[in-house]
Design a protein around this ligand. Sequence first.
Ligand SMILES: Cc1cc2nc3c(=O)[nH]c(=O)nc-3n(C[C@H](O)[C@H](O)[C@H](O)COP(=O)(O)OP(=O)(O)OC[C@H]3O[C@@H](n4cnc5c(N)ncnc54)[C@H](O)[C@@H]3O)c2cc1C
Length: 492
Amino acid sequence: MATYDYDIGIIGGGAAGLTVASGAAQLGARTLLIEKENELGGDCLHFGCVPSKTLIKSAHVYHMMKNSERFGLPAVDLPPVDFREISNRIRSVIGMIQKHDSEERFCSLGAKIQFGQPSFNDEHSVRLNGKTVSAKTWVIATGSSPIAPPIKGLDKTPYITNKEIFYLDHLPKSMIILGGGPIGSEMSQAFCRLGTKVCVVDMASQILIREDEDMSAALHEVLRSEGVEFHLNSTIEEVGDLGSEKEVKIKSKDGKVTRLRAETILVALGRGANVQELGLENTGVEFDLRGIKVNHRLKTSQKYIYAAGDVNGGYQFTHAAGYEGGIVISNAIFRLPRKVDYTFLPWCTYTDPPLGSIGMNEKRAKEAGINYQVWIEEFKDNDRSLAEGEQVGKIKMILNEKEKPIGIQILGPHAGDLLAEWVAILNGKVKLSTLAAAVHPYPTIGEINKKVAGSYFSPKIFSEKVQKGLKFFFRLKGRACGEEGCELNIEE
Ligand SMILES: Cc1cc2nc3c(=O)[nH]c(=O)nc-3n(C[C@H](O)[C@H](O)[C@H](O)COP(=O)(O)OP(=O)(O)OC[C@H]3O[C@@H](n4cnc5c(N)ncnc54)[C@H](O)[C@@H]3O)c2cc1C
């Protein structure tokens, strides 16, 4: 029987790779984790979730300060933002989280960490730092990188991506954001709030194309009202460097050409899998532009090699990468066949208000040919929301033909956190009546979850039929106040 240096080798120390490494090592597998950068943590920690949410918070606080009068507070004359201070804060938050993702911690769990860029010799061994290392099973978890599409002039024009944006040495006066997806939308609002003149270009007719049109439109209106300029339905024709300014030539659907100018261009046009330089051609692992092809068990076309996280071209979220890491552990270490199931994978775009989603929205239900009903509650009817100064947004509950919840969409305060209750309800197949009857603390934004569930039962409970029944059995006397006004309407 062939012997290997390790039971499992993992390439990539981000969310997916770290999940596999920690699980495998704690289960007693001889585990190797290889990371090409000097630190673990991956994109989420260094260039993604953590820096973006930290920046968004700083922008939120600055925005609140500028709008202090809305809260009955004195107006404040604010100095401009020093972006280096925001970058310092970002670095300090990363530093705190980095401790959880340190070499020492993983070593204490039993995993060996090696830094370097490996290349496969064959399906069981890689070449790393001049040596050959073998493992029975390999997991590719190398993540993704921003795509720079072949736009005329882009290769000759300096631009930034998520790799640079959190570490700028000053706040740009103006920024053109190419792409109105989650990164483009979050950054457009954050930078606009900090004082940058921002405009967003996207070829789609709405921002956040995966989301329902009404939710996206309501968010678009918030961003527009705060000062973000949008050019939707517009293709990028050419990009040019004018020295202190960059120019983006765009063409709208009706053929109108516009030249936009700004100090900085942020390219947020999607992400491509990190598959280069892995020597995949020596393994038989198949991949395309989207990423490494995997089956439902996250096995690649080579049976000893798995791929988890962004690199497999699926859902590009940290929690998806972590979930997939768990599936790999099940299949590769426990040998318990487990398939991925993304039916109730939630996600959230952290604009203000944030837009969260789990399960079906109207778009996806239509695509799947599902007959559905929609139940809506607005945040302006939630007492806590009003106290917080939040009036925009709604929760949409999507029910299938059997009147079972199949999806929730939330645009409103704490949307991502509000989804947590639905994560349990949908995964646990909890009855809607349980949620509607469960006491929620008052006043909380979370009451909106109970309320939307209740809104489904209200017409049934307070129906004419029920009223007639109760009147008949218990001699209830009916309306005390007339519909026209408040005349007495007591029946004899
Ligand atoms: C701006 C931004 C904001 C985001 N915000 C959110 C959010 O709020 N919530 C959310 O869920 N997701 C968010 N994401 C997405 C999230 O960051 C990714 O989905 C997540 O990091 C994917 O994890 P991963 O393990 O697949 O890849 P990564 O975290 O990128 O890890 C891959 C690791 O592999 C290493 N590597 C790459 N190539 C090699 C190689 N050849 N050899 C060795 N090592 C290699 C990399 O250096 C990296 O450390 C955001 C992304 C961006 C860009």
